[in-house]
Design a protein around this ligand. Structure first.
Ligand code: SAM
Length: 276
């Protein structure tokens, strides 16, 4: 999921937007048990307390926003997919979710004590713009934290799927060119981007998540419905190659069976910083 061709931010954003509109109903079941594992670390990183004014950017189904509200925060969730916003509002009717673009927030300067983004940055056409926007809407002394996936060797679910595609199909299926999916898996990239936006006290570390799968088919099922770039990569294959890819993923996932459980390691990276 990398290319040396120039990024086309307009086409890439439109592709991601259409993808999330489609994936919204599948994403909570496909990825919710996984992406929710970082919530406590994110909220701790921004020192969330009762009364903290928190902005959850790329809020999706509202997992982080809901957990923060339970800890007493005053929360706003923002996401560019109306289908995601609708889902979050239905699931959490007492919380505030609004449609908006992470790269150009329609929110005033210095309005929040804390901003978080759980697995959003790697979906953006202009991630630097989103980090600058987080900086803008934070008050002085406010804290920012985001998560992304670690490299595919560490986020093994992605490694398994991408290896199967490379072996039995092709990664060249004509997707719009966006920033490299694993760009921010590199702690140096997180640090550079945060410092350039004006943040300091930058900290970056890995979080060892574990994906408990219901069956050997669950990884393919999740990736083929609940994601965007990976889903499009799968559906860009010929039917014969797609069946070979599915079989290869199933075979590899079985190697992670321990008794009745199948647990695939899915390392994440968490970065946090302060607007001093
Ligand atoms: C992987 S999901 C993460 C959802 C949620 N934060 C979680 O904890 O699971 C990525 C989310 O980013 C949203 N998104 C992608 N690009 C965006 C943008 N430019 N502005 C706002 N939201 C965006 C998508 O609609 C989707 O809900």
């Amino acid at each position: 999921m990398t290319s040396t061709d120039p990024i086309d931010p307009v086409a890439f954003r439109a592709f991601e937007h259409a993808g999330w509109q489609r994936a919204a109903e599948h994403y909570p079941d496909a990825f919710g048990s996984l992406t929710s594992q970082t919530i406590a670390s994110l909220l701790d990183a921004v020192r969330l307390e009762p009364g903290t004014k928190l902005l959850d950017v790329a809020s999706g189904p509202g997992f982080v926003a809901a957990a923060a509200a339970e800890r007493g925060a005053i929360v706003v969730g923002v996401d560019f997919s109306p289908a995601m916003v609708d889902y979050a509002r239905r699931r959490h009717p007492t919380l505030t979710f609004m449609e908006g673009d992470a790269e150009k927030l329609r929110l005033p300067d210095r309005n929040f004590d804390a901003v978080v983004m759980n697995f959003g940055l790697l979906h953006l056409a202009r991630p630097e713009a989103a980090v600058s926007e987080a900086f803008r809407v934070l008050r002085t002394g406010g804290r920012y934290s985001f998560t992304v996936w670690a490299k595919p060797e560490v986020a093994a679910g992605f490694g398994i799927v991408l290896r199967a595609i490379e072996t039995h199909g092709t990664i060249d299926v004509g997707l719009p060119i966006g920033p490299a999916f694993f760009r921010f898996s590199d702690p140096g990239e997180c640090r550079r981007c945060l410092l350039e936006a004006g943040f300091d006290h930058v900290e970056v570390r890995e979080l060892p998540l574990a994906w408990r799968l219901a069956s050997a088919d669950s990884l393919f099922d999740a990736m083929s419905r609940g994601a965007v770039r990976t889903t499009a990569l799968l559906y860009g294959q010929t039917p014969e190659n797609l069946s070979a890819i599915r079989e290869a993923i199933r075979t590899t996932v079985r190697q992670y069976a321990r008794g009745d459980a199948i647990v695939v390691p899915m390392g994440a990276v968490i970065a946090s910083a302060i607007k001093s």
